[in-house]
Design a protein around this ligand. Structure first.
Ligand code: PLP
Length: 440
């Protein structure tokens, strides 16, 4: 540990530091040689686990061939073109066109800019507003953090939320948002009625898009009731508002389908953000997609409005794109999507058994992403002060050789590598069950 390193999103006074020095399969190893199951795939990103030689060799080969090549001013290279074609094939966005960046955050910034550029290019300068949800996480760059609905990512940063025209609506979190004896469907109808009232009062013609994580990850793995997405997308369609699926966590197999929007009943997004599992975190890369006709309109108008003046030095880094292509090839060739779907059924069934535990408020998830929300009082659903209960479980789990993450203050998140086996899921369940009992 050094005092000259500024750590991201960390309160060093409140946690014990852990130096990770290696990894193999679903496991990582600390500097004392202790092995842990990486129960969160690092930061929801190492879908193929650690030590994948094929990806390492792909990166080395790409670097030897051309340590850097870019996509500015007419330059291009095969890995970027091929990866764009592959994503075009895979993504449920109609006739998708793809833009590359380095992270989920900068991907979301790209789409904020693209929405604004499109508004000017198509002569609708008022159509710039974006609706985002409470308790959402869309990243931490200036525009992405403005979309994010978590106070800790917004406070003290002087973010241009109003200047960017970002509007806020409810999170589809029934367990915490339910009023009285409201059913799930009644909850959905109420929050969508509020949304419709907001759209009408703002003016539908001023709203370009609605951004949502199909399953909210970083703020507690929130799974919307079944009727939410079909009703939401019908409402957006009625007012000509684009549905923007932020698949930075849910993309590439995590929820039991290739994309989370399919799992959750919003199968035709207009815009999409991906990153993380796109390269299984072996190299930073994001890919955002827009409908083909949106791209076509931009191309048609750029002679008049000027070029889309946006791009990162590493937009379409050749090594990143080569690693992305190989990752997608392995997912398909080795049946990783299928494995995630099948092992996901087991993970959800095993975790559901903890629902009766006196310290568990709710168990939720889809595929290989889940959360167990711990509570101080099961009846009132009261949370532990300062996330204390969840942090106790985390500590015991870590002692047992299982790394998890406390998300949203009291929800312990599970998101293991998608190469996991049934036996390894049993091991997670044993280690977690013991940690829960010791924390009670
Ligand atoms: N969008 C979602 C849904 C995320 O979960 C994250 C990160 O966890 C981001 C965007 C930001 O991605 P990055 O950390 O790569 O900038």
């Amino acid at each position: 540990m050094t005092s000259h390193l500024i750590y991201p999103s960390t309160n060093l006074n409140a946690i014990e530091q852990l130096e990770i020095v290696g990894g193999e399969g679903i496991y990582v190893v600390d500097s004392n040689g202790k092995q842990y199951i990486e129960g969160l795939s690092g930061l929801w990103c190492t879908g193929l686990g650690y030590g994948n030689e094929e990806l390492v060799e792909t990166a080395a080969r790409a670097m030897k061939q051309a340590s850097f090549s870019h996509l500015f001013a007419g330059k291009f290279h095969r890995p970027a073109v091929e990866l764009a074609e592959k994503l075009h094939e895979l993504m449920p966005v109609n006739n998708a066109s793809v833009f590359f960046g380095n992270s989920g955050s900068d991907g979301n910034d790209t789409l904020v800019k693209l929405i604004n550029y499109y508004a000017d290019a198509t002569g609708q300068p008022q159509r710039r507003k974006i609706i985002a949800r409470e308790r959402s996480y869309h990243g931490i760059t200036v525009a992405a953090a403005s979309l994010t609905g978590l106070p800790a990512n917004q406070k003290h940063f002087g973010l241009p939320v109003d200047a960017l025209g970002i509007l806020r609506t409810h999170a589809p979190h029934y367990y915490r948002g339910q009023q009285g004896s409201e059913s799930e469907d009644q909850f959905v109808d109420r929050i969508l009625a509020d949304l419709e009232a907001q759209i009408l009062s703002e003016g539908p013609e001023t709203i370009a898009a609605f951004i949502a994580e199909p399953i909210t990850g970083a703020s507690g793995v929130i799974v919307a009731p079944e009727s939410y997405y079909p009703k939401l997308t019908a409402l957006l369609k009625k007012y000509g508002i684009w549905f923007w699926s932020d698949e930075v966590i849910t993309g590439f197999g995590r929820t039991g389908n290739v994309f989370g929007c399919t799992t959750m009943g919003a199968p035709e997004p207009d815009l999409m953000t991906t990153a993380k599992q796109l390269t299984s975190a072996y190299f930073p890369l994001s890919a955002v997609a827009v409908r083909g006709d949106i791209h076509a309109a931009m191309l048609e108008q750029c002679g008049q409005v000027g070029i889309f003046g946006h791009g990162y030095t590493y937009s379409g880094h050749s090594t990143a794109c080569a690693v992305g292509l190989k990752t997608l090839e392995i997912y398909q060739r080795d049946g990783i999507y299928q494995n995630a779907a099948e092992r996901g059924v087991k993970l959800q069934a095993e975790l559901a058994k903890f629902a009766d535990h006196p310290m568990v408020g709710e168990v939720r998830g889809k595929g290989l992403i889940a959360a167990v929300e711990v509570v101080a009082n099961k009846e009132t659903r009261a949370e532990f002060a300062g996330g204390d209960g969840a942090n106790r479980v985390l500590k015991h789990a870590q002692d047992n050789g299982l790394l998890l993450r406390n998300t949203g203050g009291s929800a312990l998140a599970f998101c293991p590598p998608m190469i996991i086996t049934d036996e390894q899921i049993d091991d997670i369940i044993d280690k977690f069950g013991d940690a829960l009992d010791k924390s009670f």
